[in-house]
Write a protein of this length. Structure first.
Length: 93
C-alpha cells in the first residue's frame, strides 16, 4: 500500500512551486500578474475545461489502443492543469 507523505516530509525541492509546476518559471507566465482577477478566472476555467476534455480523450485513445494519441492527450491534460494553476496562482502571488 502506498501512503501519501505529508508536505513537511517531502524533500525541499518538491515543496518549491516551480518544481511542481515548471510553467511558473517562464517569463511569459509572469505576465499573468498583469491580468485583472476576472480575466484570470475566465482563463483558468478555460484551461481547466481543456484539461478535463483532454483527459477524456486520453482515456478514449488508450481504450482504443492508440497509445501515441493517449500520450499526446495526457500531456495536453497535464499542461492544461499546470496553466490553470499558474493563472490562479498569479492572483495570490
Amino acid at each position: 500500500m502506498i501512503h501519501a507523505r505529508s508536505l513537511a516530509a517531502q524533500p525541499a525541492l518538491a515543496r518549491l512551486a516551480a518544481s511542481r509546476n515548471p510553467l511558473l518559471e517562464l517569463p511569459s507566465a509572469r505576465r499573468l500578474h498583469d491580468l485583472d482577477p476576472a480575466t484570470r478566472a475566465i482563463v483558468a476555467d478555460i484551461f481547466t475545461d481543456m484539461a478535463k476534455e483532454a483527459d477524456r480523450l486520453a482515456e478514449l485513445s488508450w481504450r482504443r489502443r492508440k497509445a501515441p494519441m493517449a500520450a499526446y492527450w495526457r500531456a495536453v491534460c497535464t499542461y492544461g492543469r499546470h496553466f490553470a494553476r499558474a493563472v490562479r496562482r498569479a492572483g495570490r502571488a
